[in-house]
Write a protein that binds this ligand. Structure first.
Ligand code: CTP
Length: 425
């Protein structure tokens, strides 16, 4: 996150400050002062651990607000329930964020007021870790931080240097003024106009499950990572995104409406319900076939040997959304998962499906694309001649970077065509 010294964006903002246990908690007193000086209204929640380092009285005196400590306080709950407390803020900041609170947040625990408010909030959350270097570098903490970041939680620090415990290394909480600058940068970033603001997008992601009987299904190895990343990247540029997701184990991307489906037929229906849209990105690995007549009861082994499955072709969502007509999104983007002759097959798919762009990715065994974090893609755009698409070769990138680059290409196309041609291709 970039640091800014323009603090005007802070004026009038409401912050819920969760102070967890750690020697760095004392620095929160200065943090509260600096935020108050810049017009921020600060409400604080102290964990039990935090109260070993700072008193609720000093936090209350500096914030000029009631301080909250107890999940089961009758008076607090009648004045300001924990749900309201978690919602009446523009940003929730956990500073210092101890290893313990990061672990509890990652696990979705709600065993005190702080974690309950964090679980109940619908607002952005920023954590400012502070702990001993070994605790910070411990794989458990690192895994928790990755989990939290995967859910869209922002992080400031920790910094490296001398620590209160006498050890040297990474784990020190960043200084109060750096936290103020980080919070200002967060609000500044949000106030920048977004190139896809006002645009609606529908994104498909993940595999589909096609039932054989109530307990078995046909599926594929798609993790949904690429499609989910595209949805998040479009939302980050301001688009109003509906993500139609097959069964995946990923967290919902922040700021995205998620519709969960199982089969290709459900995915098509949900995608069509999300129209009208300006942009459609079909990143799902839709099963090409379903069992023509799925059994209502579990298929049992019998004397006749294995059952024969008769397959029927599934609807092609990308081709359907690409059909010309008033409901057609202005830009329809497909993915082409290929194991060989990637560009040739992708060019053929672009022509056959009628979409505007194809992101061709190499999913050959050994590339690690399915389920992995990286992707090797090429972007093919419909050219003047259908048989000669415009091809951009992209370097091997993480799926998040592929998504950001694709979202930016989409935004650029809309920006360059919004005043000219109605077609963004
Ligand atoms: N797709 C879709 N609906 C389907 C099949 C595919 O929307 N029933 C979309 C995918 O989301 C992707 C694109 O079509 O954007 C290409 O998918 P891919 O699996 O590579 O191609 P197929 O159409 O299945 O063609 P083939 O099996 O011949 O490679």
């Amino acid at each position: 996150m970039s640091v800014t010294s323009d603090y005007r964006v802070l004026e009038g903002k409401r912050l819920l400050l969760v102070i967890s246990g750690g020697i760095a908690a004392y620095k929160c007193l200065e943090l509260i002062r600096r935020l108050k000086e810049r017009g921020v209204r600060v409400r604080a929640v102290l964990t039990e651990g935090a109260q070993q380092f700072v008193t609720p009285l000093s936090v209350a005196a500096l914030s000029e607000e009631k301080v909250y400590t107890d999940l089961f306080s009758l008076t607090d709950e009648s004045e300001m329930g924990h749900i309201r407390l978690s919602r009446e803020a523009d940003l929730v900041v956990v500073a210092p964020a101890s290893a313990d609170i990061l672990a509890r947040m990652a696990a979705g625990m709600a065993n005190d007021l702080a974690t309950t408010a964090l679980l109940a909030t619908d607002k952005p959350v920023m954590v400012v870790p502070a702990m001993n270097v070994m605790m910070w570098t411990n794989p458990a903490t690192q895994a928790n931080v990755r989990t939290l970041e995967g859910r869209g939680i922002r992080r400031l620090g920790p910094a490296a240097g001398d620590m209160a415990c006498g050890e040297v290394g990474s784990g020190r909480m960043v200084e109060p003024m750096e936290i103020v600058a980080g919070i200002a940068a967060f609000f500044a970033e949000r106030s920048v106009p977004k190139p896809l603001a006002g645009r609606r997008a529908v994104v498909t992601s993940g595999p589909t499950h096609e039932p054989i009987d109530p307990v078995r299904y046909i599926a594929n190895r798609s993790s949904g990572k690429q499609g989910h990343a595209v949805a998040a990247a479009l939302a980050a540029l301001g688009a109003d995104v509906t993500l139609v997701s097959g069964p995946v184990t990923l967290a919902d991307p922040p700021g995205v409406r998620v519709v969960r489906v199982e089969t290709a037929a459900e995915m098509l229906a949900a995608s069509q319900s999300a129209l009208p849209a300006d942009i459609a990105v079909c990143a799902a690995a839709v099963a090409d076939w379903r069992v023509a007549a799925a059994a209502g009861d579990k298929v049992k082994k019998g004397p006749d040997g294995p059952p024969t499955l008769t397959l029927a072709e599934n609807p092609d969502i990308l081709a359907t959304l690409s059909q010309a007509g008033p409901a057609r999104p202005r830009l329809v983007v497909g993915f082409a998962a290929e194991t060989r002759d990637v560009l040739a097959y992708a060019a053929a798919k672009l022509a056959k499906k009628g979409c505007d762009w194809i992101v061709a990715n190499d999913v050959a065994t050994g590339t690690g694309t399915f389920g992995g974090d990286d992707n090797q893609v090429h972007l093919l755009r419909q050219g003047a001649q259908p048989e000669t698409p415009l091809i951009e070769i992209w370097p091997r990138l993480s799926k998040t970077e592929v998504a950001a680059r694709l979202a930016q290409a989409i935004a650029d196309t809309f920006l360059s065509t919004s005043n000219h041609s109605p077609e963004p291709v």
